[in-house]
Write a protein that binds this ligand. Structure first.
Ligand code: IMP
Ligand code: MG
Length: 176
């Protein structure tokens, strides 16, 4: 539980997360049956979600990671995003599913999807653990979604505040 830390309140418990992971895994397993799916996790935030998700999938997946940085921060409408750690995998002709921790303004995800689309995958879809639609600046369509959340800053289950609190097993509001 989060109450060992002050000013944290559980928004989504580990049990609810686990149910959502199972639901998403069974949808993805059905939709990609017979295919060799390539999952691309967005570091660092998606690593916990991705680790749980792949173990519930009934598919022979391959995994890779990409690391992005948004310098100037997402507040800027220009939304400059940079690929810090590029992909090792060949994307061309593959069925690719991007795994995100959160879609907030949409700037990061939309940049990544454009970047991957240029590499000509056979298919490209998005699975996001959480979505904050009230903050959206760039439209992003999410094919597999865990939770829609209100406009509050969340931490835990991979999500950080200033690189801290990623280890919390529940998703919590950070009251600032
Ligand atoms: P974007 O605004 O959709 O481009 O999101 C940029 C990044 O900000 C996400 O990938 C997260 O790493 C981070 N982020 C956005 N909202 C939150 C939050 O509520 N908690 C923790 N990280 C967040
Ligand atoms: Mg982050």
């Amino acid at each position: 539980m989060c109450h060992r830390k002050p000013r944290l309140e559980v928004l989504i418990s580990r049990e609810e997360i686990s149910q959502a992971v199972n639901r998403l895994a069974s949808q993805i397993s059905q939709d990609y049956k017979g295919k060799q799916l390539l999952l691309i996790g967005v570091l660092k935030g998606a690593f916990v979600f991705m680790a749980d998700l792949i173990r519930q999938l009934d598919l022979p997946v391959e995994i890779d990671f990409v690391r992005l940085s948004s310098y100037g921060a997402a507040q800027k409408s220009s939304g400059k995003v940079k690929v810090v750690q590029p992909l090792k995998s060949l994307i061309k002709g593959r069925d690719v599913l991007v795994i995100e921790d959160i879609v907030d303004t949409g700037i990061t995800t939309s940049f990544l999807l454009d970047y991957l689309r240029r590499k000509k995958p056979a298919s490209l879809k998005l699975c996001a653990l959480t979505d904050k639609p009230s903050r959206r600046q760039v439209p992003v369509s999410i094919n597999y979604l865990g939770f829609t959340i209100p406009d509050k800053f969340i931490v835990g289950y991979g999500l950080d505040f200033d690189e801290k609190l990623r280890y919390l097993p529940d998703i919590c509001f950070l009251e600032r």
